[in-house]
Write a protein that binds this ligand. Structure first.
Ligand SMILES: [Zn+2]
Length: 296
């Protein structure tokens, strides 16, 4: 299942680093055995995200629409009725691409199954990829890049997804979020102290906190009344059930903040201690509000 929290380090690092530099390639092949559609959505969110810093933020209107599959500037090009895409569909794309984006600066075309693109289609697309407007981004999803013509491949950046691998940081993030969902200080505090005792590296901690932030973001997204339904992990479901949206939002903000701190020269021990103190404060706020509510 598509799970925000279980995206590989690879995708995180590559997409976020490129988005940070404003350098998302205009043509990408997502190959390999991972969840390619999920990766394509993540990439599309990064291309369209309105956040000033971390893209995709997974919280702005653009990200929410992309993840919910309802963004007018992201088009998944497929035909479930036929083995190959109908010629008219590919031809119509050639015109569609010159219509400016509706809401964002960019427009993303995702081909979730490149096996559906025959040679003729690929040659039509090649022209669009080569000569299309600068705002257009093309994402080709395929188990193997060999499904695409060498001429198309040579115009694209290829990212290989590593399948179901879950990095230790992903597992740790999942554990940390489950501990936060218990709404107690001690379990999460012990976990954070343990990381310090293990001398976790700053890069490792950044990934751990960033993944935990994404789990919170996934929980928040699915908690909103009008939010599009997005896949979430069990940890996200637990957070959503046990924490108020306000607490969840603050926790997400803190995790994001401390993940960013890891990029600067802030000590790991300091970050872990500060996060622990913030969690204590958040629990107190939550407790106070619950008491206030019960006395009404
Ligand atoms: Zn965003």
């Amino acid at each position: 299942m598509a799970q925000a929290a279980k995206r590989t380090d690879f995708l995180h690092t590559q997409v976020r680093a490129m988005a940070r530099r404003g350098a998302i390639p205009h043509a990408v092949i997502l190959s390999g055995s991972g969840d390619r559609e999920d990766a394509a959505r993540f990439l599309a969110a990064a291309a369209l995200c309105r956040s000033e810093s971390d893209k995709p933020c997974l919280q702005c209107p653009a990200c929410r629409k992309v993840l919910g599959g309802i963004h007018p500037d992201v088009r998944f090009v497929r035909d479930t009725e036929h083995r190959e895409l109908p010629m008219d569909l590919v031809r119509s794309l050639r015109q569609d691409v010159y219509i400016r984006p509706n809401e964002e600066e960019r427009k993303v075309y995702v081909f979730p199954d490149c096996e559906q693109l025959n040679e003729r289609d690929q040659n039509v697309l090649l022209k669009v990829v080569e000569e299309g407007p600068p705002y257009a981004v093309f994402v080709f999803c395929t188990a193997t890049a060999a499904a695409l013509l060498p001429t198309v491949r040579s115009r694209c950046v290829e990212w290989k997804l590593r399948g179901d691998e879950v990095s230790p940081a992903d597992e740790l993030s999942d554990t940390l979020c489950r501990l936060f969902a218990r709404r107690e200080l001690l379990p999460a505090a012990e976990f954070l102290v343990e990381q310090e005792n293990r001398h976790v590296k700053r890069e490792r901690l950044e990934l751990l906190l960033e993944n935990a932030w994404q789990i919170c973001a996934a929980a928040l997204l699915s908690a909103g009344k009008d939010a599009p339904s997005v896949p979430d992990t069990d940890a996200a479901a637990l957070l959503r059930r046990n924490l108020s949206p306000a607490t969840l939002q603050k926790l997400a903000d803190r995790l994001r903040y401390y993940a960013a701190q890891c990029r600067y020269n802030v000590g790991v021990g300091h970050i872990l201690g500060a996060l622990c103190a913030d969690w204590d404060a958040l629990l107190h706020e939550g407790g106070k509000r619950r008491k206030d509510c019960s006395s009404l």
